[in-house]
Structures are given as C-alpha cells and as structure tokens.
Design a protein around this ligand. Structure first.
Ligand code: BTN
Length: 253
C-alpha cells in the first residue's frame, strides 16, 4: 500500500485511509508483507468491522471519532512482559483525555479509559511474537471524540459530550501521538518512573469494587497491576491476590 510520505510523530509512516475493515487488521496485513516499520500509524476515517476486546465489535462514528493503530517494534521485550505496552498505551490515552477535560479520568484495567464512570476509549493490542520476544506490537486505539449518539447500555461518552461542543480530532491525535512518543522513549531508555502514574490512575484503586472472580461475585480492592498484567486485588480477608483476565473482571454496571 502506498502512502503520501507523511511521517508520524513516532518516526514511521503516517498512513491515512478513508475506510477499512479494521486498522489493526490492515496493520497486520502490511506487517506480513514487510511494508511497515517501527513508528507507523494507520488512521482510518471509517472502520467497517472495528474490533474490540474479547471478540466484541468496536463502533466509531465515521469522520468524527478516532480509530488508529500504532505499530511498534519493542527493543528486546520478553513475551511475558508484554503488558507494559498496554500500560504505555493506556497512560498515553489517559493523559490525552485528561489534558482536555476537567473531570476525573481513569484507566480501567486492563485498558479502558473512563471519564467518571463512562468509557471514552478502548485499546486492543495485538502482538506478534518471535520466540520469547515481542517482535511487533499493533496498538489499536478507539477514542470517542465527536460521537453523540452512544447507546445507553454501553455506558460510554465522548470528548464532545463531556466538553459540550465539537472537538478537533486531528489535534487530539497529535497530542496522543506526542504523549505516546514521550512515554515510549522513557520506557525504552529504561525509565520506570512513568509507571507510578499508571498505577495512580487505576480505576477503583484503593476502593472496594464489585468484581467477578471465577464466575462468582466478590468484593475486592484493586491495588496495582503486576508485570504479567494481572490485577493485584486486596480481598476482604486481608490477603492480596493476582488475577488475570481469564479469572477476574469488574462486575457489569
Ligand atoms: C475495546 O474493546 O475497548 C477495544 C477497542 C479498540 C478499538 C480500536 S479502533 C482502532 C483499532 N482497530 C480495531 O479494529 N480496533 C482498534
């Protein structure tokens, strides 16, 4: 696929497409053809089959929201440490949204971004492994910018709904890519300082939350996320458990 030579804030090609099924899918296809390099950004003005977490679909308003994939080649990242990519992406989206809105913005484990209790953005990361290493990561980000007719059952919101007016989505994209770049550079230079910010911004941190553990409703107090991406939760008995997504989720609201 040809692009017009523009370069993303991350130093790779900036590929802007009118309509695709899914930017993550396009990124995977281009990677398979060795047509992408580190720092590529694929932005679609419309996604016809946007993919969400756990096999769900992701809907964004054509020409009004942001649907993009950032493609990176992490330097020497072990597969069992790949959750760091989710942390970097979630914090970049969090910081972008928080820079624009006065309300409380939080990261809901594993990688949703909420304004108060409403989801404003979702992240779908698809990694390609080479042996025990992450060779490529496709970081798909869906950010509700100017959507206004969001189904009530989604408990979702958009920047425009929160701000009360149309938002320049390309300006939001610029802030997002810049923030991701800063966090990426800090991480690849070996700094772990930014990680405290992720932990501090975790939704429900330090508060008793309704959770579902192995299919059973339980109360727990999220404390942090470990390197494998498991949520560390203080249980009513006092102990702290580490739970992966296959066992634990937040109870539906
Ligand atoms: C979620 O379920 O919360 C994750 C949503 C991720 C959506 C984004 S939009 C750009 C990229 N392409 C996709 O098909 N999905 C991700």
């Amino acid at each position: 696929m040809e692009h017009d030579g523009r370069i993303s804030a991350l130093g790779g090609p900036f590929i802007e497409l009118a309509s695709v099924a899914s930017t993550n899918k396009t990124a995977a296809e281009l990677l398979r053809l060795s047509k992408l390099r580190h720092g590529a950004v694929i932005l679609a003005h419309e996604q016809t089959a946007g993919r969400g977490q756990r096999g769900r679909q992701w809907i964004s308003a054509p020409g009004r929201d942001l649907a993009l994939s950032i493609v990176v080649a992490p330097p020497a990242l072990r597969a069992d440490g790949q959750f760091v990519l989710a942390k970097l992406a979630a914090l970049a989206v969090h910081d972008t949204v928080a820079s624009l809105l006065p309300g409380e913005v939080r990261i809901k484990w594993p990688n949703d971004v909420l304004v108060e209790r409403r989801k404003v953005a979702g992240i779908l990361i698809e990694n390609e492994l080479a042996g025990e290493r992450v060779a490529w990561s496709i970081i798909g980000i869906g950010l509700n910018v100017n959507s206004t007719d969001l189904a009530e059952e989604l408990t979702a919101t958009s920047l425009a709904l929160e701000q009360g007016g149309e938002v320049d989505r390309m300006a939001v994209l610029e802030v997002l890519l810049q923030r991701f770049k800063e966090l990426w550079e800090a991480w690849s230079a070996g700094s772990g300082q930014w990680e405290a910010a992720y932990t501090e911004r975790l939704w429900s941190r330090g508060r008793w939350a309704d959770l579902v553990l192995d299919g059973q409703p339980v109360q727990g107090r999220p404390v942090d996320v470990d390197e494998q991406g498991r949520l560390l939760v203080e249980m009513p008995g006092g102990g702290v458990g580490a739970f992966a997504l296959d066992r634990l989720r937040f109870a539906p609201r």
